[in-house]
Design a protein around this ligand. Sequence first.
Ligand SMILES: [Zn+2]
Length: 305
Amino acid sequence: MKKNLFILITSFLFCLSMSGCSINKKSEVNNKKSLLVSFTVLEDIVRNIVGEEFEVSSITKPGMEVHGYQTTPSDLKRGAKAILFIDNGFGFELWAEKFVSNLEVERVTIANNLDPIFINEDAYKGKPNPHAWISPKRGKVYIDILLKELSSLQPDKSQIFQSNANKYKNKLNKIDEDFSLFINSLEKSEKFLVSCEGAFSYLTNDYGMNEAYLWPINAESQITPKRMARVINLVKENNVPAVFCESTVNSESQLTVARESGAVFGGNLFVDSLSDKDGPASSYLDLLTHNLNLIKKAFRPSTKN
Ligand SMILES: [Zn+2]
């Protein structure tokens, strides 16, 4: 009996000193409830609010084109394990309806609580522009919406979520101020943001700029000679100093616009997807800062970040 007790105690102590005992800890981690999000920008915002309280993962990966993504069987498996699916809406994730129709999962769609800006060209005329997060001012609305939804999902953690959201929003406020300061410093004729995708309507609207683009939505990144000529003329007529493209599409057409109009090609802005960890836009706040710095540099080459 004594011997058995000795073995029991020794093996307990042995177990404590070895990594084998971390099995319990590990399963605790794996027992976290899982939130599935449609794209990486939203994933980062959600994670900043919930901290370590949930597992948060995104269907689409950094750098991916999101609009026309095709879901896979492994996405469905992840969907089946998740307690909540969060998407942007306004037609951003063309695949989302079909995806959730195969699952029994709660869903939060940010767009249900957002005021849209409508696309006013081409086949998309009259449809809401989905890219609201691209304006720091609307990013704060995303935080408010998510805080409310996530707090009602897990009321006992609502204070933690509130405190995380406040800290996060303060950082976003700073970026909002930086955007305002810079854009207010531009001449009226310079307040033109020319991009590949028409993804900057919320930014240009919220900060008093004009917008021009080669195609309204990345799902249809076709450029017609007529539209190309129109953008080239617009850049020339307004002396727009620089034009931009986005990280998830080919920038060839915009390089042609730059060549033909004499404007500088300012580089690739990030919109639909974060960069990977080593890239310049690996978080939502970095994405906004990267975009602002790129615009600053192209419009005011002597400006330091
Ligand atoms: Zn897009």
